[in-house]
Design a protein around this ligand. Structure first.
Ligand SMILES: [Zn+2]
Ligand SMILES: [Zn+2]
Length: 191
């Protein structure tokens, strides 16, 4: 990816920093697929000034930038978002907090740090997810993360996979006539 230069190029051509993709994600949420805290910092600097809720903006499934950062596991990015005022208690449509996402994604040390942070805010610690999901050796075609937990394979394309988050938006990111199979642990239907 072109990183910061790519974003500057797009913005130079009139792209809107607050434009959402079909899954309701902002550039700052999409940037979580990389490990660049500097990129996130840059995007926040462009967007945060006009709207303080920017860091808690939810996509179609209620995922905030902090949920996505916890999916990624990059500690610097998570710290940056928290320092920018991101809400640790925000729940997505599954009622998962960023801590739940970190735990499910197998980012154990990050989850430990988050649970301590949550505790220190004096609010009741809510953790629903206590163990990581099964890691498939397959990338999600929409968020680009290695699929963790339920994995969905298009019955028509076979080579098209989505994670449990992105399957919810399958109709807007893939052929809406196609249907998906849930794949069990390690059981990919190859052909
Ligand atoms: Zn995905
Ligand atoms: Zn398909």
């Amino acid at each position: 990816m072109g990183g910061k230069a790519g974003v500057e190029l797009l913005l130079g051509r009139g792209a809107d920093i607050n434009r959402r993709d079909p899954q309701g994600r902002l550039a700052v949420q999409l940037a979580m697929s990389g490990d660049e805290a500097s990129m996130v910092k840059y995007l926040l600097s462009l967007g945060a000034s006009s709207d303080w809720t920017y860091t808690d903006m939810q996509d179609t499934q209620g995922w905030t930038p902090l949920h996505w950062a916890c999916r990624n596991g990059d500690v610097d990015t998570v710290q940056l978002l928290i320092d920018s005022g991101a809400d640790l208690q925000n729940e997505n449509m599954q009622l998962w907090t960023p801590l739940d996402v970190a735990t499910f994604s197998g980012n154990g040390s990050l989850a430990f740090t988050l649970s301590r942070l949550q505790g220190s805010t004096g609010t009741e610690m809510k953790q629903k997810i206590l163990a990581p999901g099964y890691e498939h050796d397959i990338g999600c075609y929409s968020c680009f993360f290695e699929i963790c937990g339920p994995c969905y394979q298009c019955k028509d394309c076979r080579e098209f996979f989505l994670c449990f988050r992105c399957i919810e938006d399958a109709a807007v990111i893939h052929d809406s006539n196609h249907t998906f199979n849930a794949i069990e642990e390690g059981d990919v239907d190859g052909d």
